[in-house]
Design a protein around this ligand. Structure first.
Ligand code: GSH
Length: 212
């Protein structure tokens, strides 16, 4: 059975799926679509993914979109006993809520910071808006700072799926040039980021992709 991940590797949401595939040692092919590659507006792509966004996972005639759903499916299907997503209901619910919180709390302000600092030409940047987005993003990081001060990973003492959505953004957060704007410091989040950097799949699919 062939496995294809559709999506450019510079996308944070594609990175999540790539990282999960890497953690689970699952073979796959990746096809560049989205961003400068386009091709997400074609009937074929929209047939797989009506949102027209990336990533999309394709396994034969099964297709799946929404990056966090892709991570969960891969664990469920190929590593049901994995500590990445334990089956114990309360443990799993804790992981799920942190994955959801990345989408609902972190993603919007973090994307504003990233687009403002990295993907907007200098003469078009609204530095006041970026500073406001940095402050809002910092409030999201401050939710996990106390957790990570007392445990090694977001959902406890072991690495789980909860670390993946937040981890892709941590690399950007610590790797961007703030162009003179103040970057609030989160020592426990930084130490956790250091632990993530020890993981081969994180380095391969997140750290080694230029922040662009
Ligand atoms: N909630 C979706 C969001 C997907 C999304 O917004 N993807 C962005 C890239 S990070 C995208 O497709 N942007 C348009 C493009 O790359 O053409 C998910 O988690 O998969």
């Amino acid at each position: 059975m062939s496995r294809i991940l559709w999506g450019r590797k510079t996308s944070s949401n594609v990175m999540k799926a790539l990282w999960a595939l890497g953690e689970l040692n699952l073979p796959f092919e990746r096809i560049d679509v989205g961003g400068v590659f386009g091709k997400t507006d074609t009937p074929d792509y929209r047939g797989m993914n009506p949102t027209g966004l990336v990533p999309t996972l394709q396994e034969g005639d099964f297709t799946l979109w929404e990056s966090n759903a892709v991570c969960r499916y891969l664990c469920n299907q190929y590593a049901p006993d994995s500590p990445l997503w334990p089956t114990e209901p309360k443990t799993r619910a804790n992981i799920d809520r942190w994955m959801d919180a990345q989408q609902t709390v972190l993603n919007r302000p973090m994307s504003q910071v990233f687009w403002g600092l990295v993907r907007t030409p200098a003469d078009k940047r609204d530095m006041a808006a970026i500073a406001g987005a940095i402050a809002e993003t910092a409030r999201a990081w401050s939710m996990i700072e106390p957790l990570l001060a007392r445990q090694a990973y977001i959902a406890g003492d072991t690495f789980t799926l909860a670390d993946i959505p937040w981890g892709v953004h941590a690399h950007r957060w610590f790797g961007m040039d703030y162009l003179g704007l103040e970057q609030p410091e989160f020592p426990a989040v930084r130490a956790w980021y250091g632990r993530l950097c020890e993981r081969a799949a994180y380095r391969q699919h997140v750290v080694d992709t230029p922040i662009s």
